[in-house]
Design a protein. Structure first.
Length: 115
């Protein structure tokens, strides 16, 4: 029983760490949108960010060890509404196939932020 509890505690700690990292990645992209005053970022900006989420150095292609395991991203921007939905999914190697974790962040730029 004690060993099972320790395994569960380790899994919860890994999930919390990954979820915090996903939130930081989503916040990074939201900040880029605010700095550019648009939810529509260039393909290069999105690709570089995606590489970082996946733990790959955008310049060299080398693994950094800082990304999320088995990560996939989706950025759905609606420039007319100044709104974007950022979805990051990942699966830690210890999780079963189909048991992905997901973080969804909505970015809405105010009229003042896009001027």
């Amino acid at each position: 029983g004690l060993v099972g509890m320790q395994v569960s505690a380790t899994q919860y700690a890994l999930e919390a760490e990954d979820r915090g990292r996903a939130a930081l990645f989503a916040d990074d992209l939201a900040a880029q949108m605010r700095l550019s005053r648009s939810v529509s970022l260039s393909v290069d900006q999105i690709d570089d960010w995606t590489d970082r989420v996946r733990g790959v150095n955008p310049r060299t292609g080398d693994p950094t060890g800082l990304g999320l395991p088995n990560a996939n991203v989706d950025v759905n921007a609606d420039p007319a509404a100044n709104r974007a939905v950022i979805t990051i999914t990942w699966r830690h190697p210890s999780q079963a196939e189909g048991a992905e974790s997901r973080l969804v962040t909505e970015v809405v730029l105010s009229a003042e932020e896009v001027l």
